[in-house]
Design a protein around this ligand. Structure first.
Ligand SMILES: [Zn+2]
Length: 287
């Protein structure tokens, strides 16, 4: 069952990215170029689709931290209003701040995970993959642990108030962590497989793989020196910066309704598919 869920998430991400990338591809087609979507264009599309979710998630998390700060200020009497001077008002004031903190943390995590499902990380980097998928856990910790520390070390509050504060914040932390974990993470490899797009080329001596056969690092290499296949087969952990930037340009241009991208664009479409050869190391990695 978990597998089905996972596959449907990968399929959905693949479908959305293809829709985005296709807008660009159809423009290429009207120019008489191949309309095939390259892996780099596809990955740039996944990134673009995920961006709004990530931005809103980060804004909500920052607001959550703001409410935590407010809760701390209320609890420690640094900030007081007329209705917080007496007891039910005082307790309610920081409990409400903690509640808002929790709501924002949870919504932020849901959006963050949605962004990851649209633009998943590669499984090749295990630590990076875990951090990216479960970043909400870290945010939940930041949103409640400082409050717990302030509540425990406060000199003025009664023992009873401290107990209420710590229990409430610990419960909120637990809920935040549970929502922060991605129980069914999707990987970039799965989305690429769903989309049927994973064509790259590389040379044995190179440190990166390329999305475009006419990339300047490999265009002069003979086909016999250039391998093609999916990125996992290449044994390289990342793609060449030039190819990556180029793909993003292509996507961005498609979105802005412009068809002119770069000179390279005209030649690149078929490279990935029909040809094969790329060679060499990027300047930054060769050094
Ligand atoms: Zn390249």
């Amino acid at each position: 069952m978990a597998d089905n869920k996972k596959n449907s998430a990968a399929d959905e991400a693949a479908k959305k990215a293809l829709e985005t990338a296709r807008k660009t591809a159809s423009k290429k087609a009207t120019k008489g170029e191949s309309s095939r979507i390259t892996q780099e264009e596809f990955l740039a599309a996944t990134k673009k689709n995920a961006m709004p979710y990530r931005i809103v998630a980060i804004i909500l998390w920052l607001l959550a931290i703001g409410f935590e700060v407010m809760a701390i200020l209320m609890f420690t009497l640094k900030v007081q209003f007329s209705f917080t001077v007496e007891n039910p008002g005082w307790t309610i004031s920081w409990l409400v701040c903690l509640g808002l903190d929790l709501i924002l943390v949870v919504i932020g995590s849901l959006l963050w995970k949605k962004g990851n499902h649209l633009d998943p990380g590669s499984k090749k980097n295990k630590v990076g993959f875990w951090l990216r998928n479960n970043f909400g856990v870290i945010m939940a910790a930041l949103a409640f642990i400082p409050f717990i520390i302030f509540a425990l070390t406060d000199k003025k509050a009664s023992k009873q108030s401290k107990i209420i504060a710590v229990i409430a914040a610990a419960a909120a932390l637990l809920i935040g962590v549970l929502f922060g974990i991605d129980w069914n993470p999707v990987s970039q490899e799965e989305v690429l497989a769903s989309a049927g797009i994973d064509n790259v080329c590389w040379t044995d001596s190179g440190t990166v793989y390329h999305g475009y056969r006419d990339c300047r690092y490999i265009k002069d290499k003979p086909d016999t020196d250039v391998n093609t296949g999916n990125s996992a087969d290449s044994g390289k952990t990342r793609m060449c910066k030039i190819c990556e930037d180029h793909a993003e340009e292509v996507i961005a241009a498609g979105d802005a309704d412009k068809t002119d991208v770069t000179e390279a664009d005209k030649t690149n479409d078929d490279l990935v598919i029909e040809t094969l050869a790329d060679t060499e190391a990027e300047p930054d990695t060769a050094a």
